[in-house]
Design a binder for this molecule. Structure first.
Ligand SMILES: NC(=O)c1ccc[n+]([C@@H]2O[C@H](COP(=O)([O-])OP(=O)(O)OC[C@H]3O[C@@H](n4cnc5c(N)ncnc54)[C@H](O)[C@@H]3O)[C@@H](O)[C@H]2O)c1
Ligand SMILES: [Zn+2]
Length: 370
């Protein structure tokens, strides 16, 4: 049996922040990072909320939110007891907000509505049952999947992403592509997730280079914002794979931005997975859906065409090489490979990878990155 659930009400397009006009006489608690708390975007958000509401802000979120920040957020939520929680920001702020609401509920503090408003076009966290929390001491990122993590409302307003700088646009956009690809080859993929993943991948290939080079283009930003959510809807149902399982370790150990870590692994992982017959067939189908090769091309030709297009997309997006992205020495990287292999094997996202990988294969993928 296949399960596909739609739990988050989605509002998209320029001006969709006006959905917040429905709230009256509520205590609205906004969770964001320090950058957003001092940016004009927070004023846009406040202006969209009717004046009869009380607004408080928790702005301690950092990239890759930590257990300590979530614990602090839970303590604040216990004393503030808001009616509505608004996660406002990139995946880090949305994940932190979702985790704080989820853990608080276990402690008996519930809210009326959880709203997710992404300001990057990447993680899809606004529509997923996932959040990722980091333990900086251990260098491990813990992905958590639970149906109670779906936000009630997601607002996709492209005006909130025009200020995202090119490098973050590129990283987050390539995270979208990774979600789409992993959802597409997952053993849990279905017609429903295929439709979402295919559309998301097509949008990324068409619009990401423009979003990177001309971030002011609202129409392009809107397409990438939709792509991120479509891919989020796909992987939330079908799961991810080894790309994310390893990328979480590069983020946990070396603080590589999530999307960049995924992007650097992407083509090596496709080549690894494509040794599995079914996965190769799925990649080939996606390459054909994106018109990267003739519909008559054999599987190997189609997979190669997909890999080539991804490498070209990375070039257009100015993705750095692994060695320049890694802010440490090759020696230090090699020393941490055993820890990363062990943690990747324990990462929940590996459960839906299309070609099972053992410790030596993951070690090999990591060694090859240097
Ligand atoms: N929940 C999920 O389903 C899911 C999926 C994938 C990744 N994640 C997690 O999400 C996190 C990554 O999220 P992200 O890639 O969105 O990055 P992020 O939230 O860490 O943000 C990256 C940077 O972009 C800045 N930023 C955000 N919006 C901006 C704007 N409009 N203008 C200018 N700067 C802006 C932030 O201040 C931050 O410095 C990671 O922790 C990752 O593990 C979650
Ligand atoms: Zn991701």
């Amino acid at each position: 049996m296949n399960r596909f659930s739609l739990q988050t009400r989605l509002y998209s397009g320029v001006g969709s922040l006006s959905v917040l006009k429905r709230f009256h006489e509520k205590h609205i608690w906004v969770i964001c990072d320090g950058f957003l708390a001092h940016s004009p975007l927070i004023d846009m958000l406040k202006q969209a909320i009717p004046a009869d509401n009380r607004i408080s802000i928790f702005s301690d979120i950092t990239p890759d939110p930590t257990i300590a920040t979530v614990v602090e957020g839970i303590a604040q939520m216990q004393s503030l007891k808001p009616n509505v929680v608004v996660g406002f920001g990139g995946g880090s702020a949305l994940d932190a907000a979702k985790a704080i609401v989820w853990f608080s509920k276990q402690l008996g503090i519930d809210i009326e509505t959880c709203v997710a408003i992404p300001t990057t076009s990447g993680t899809g966290s606004e529509v997923t049952s996932a959040c990722v929390i980091s333990d900086p001491q251990k260098g491990i990122k813990y992905p958590l999947f639970d149906n109670a993590l779906y936000p009630d409302i997601a607002i996709l307003d492209p005006e909130l992403v025009v200020s995202v700088p090119p490098a973050i646009t590129a990283n987050t956009g390539l995270d979208v592509l990774t979600h789409a690809l992993e959802a597409y080859v997952s053993p849990k993929a279905s017609d429903f997730t295929d439709a979402l993943a295919e559309k998301a991948a097509q949008l990324v290939f068409q619009y990401l280079p423009v979003a990177v080079s001309n971030g002011e283009c609202l129409a392009t930003r809107g397409k990438m914002h939709n792509a991120a959510t479509l891919a989020g809807m796909a992987f939330s149902q079908s799961g991810l794979g080894i790309n994310h399982a390893i990328a979480h370790q590069l983020g946990g150990q070396f603080h590589l931005p999530h999307g960049l870590a995924n992007a650097l692994l992407l083509t090596a992982v496709i080549q690894f997975n494509a040794k599995d017959k079914r996965a190769a067939r799925r990649y080939a189908r996606l390459a054909k859906a994106c018109h990267f090769c003739p519909s008559t091309a054999n599987e190997q030709v189609a997979v190669n065409a997909l890999v080539r297009q991804i490498e070209q997309l990375k070039k257009q997006c100015h993705v750095p090489s692994f060695s320049s992205a890694l802010k440490t020495t090759a020696q230090c990287f090699r020393e941490r490979i055993p820890v990363m292999v062990e943690a990747a094997l324990a990462d929940v996202t590996i459960k839906t990878t299309p070609r099972p990988a053992d410790a030596s294969e993951i070690r090999h993928l990591l060694e090859e990155m240097l």
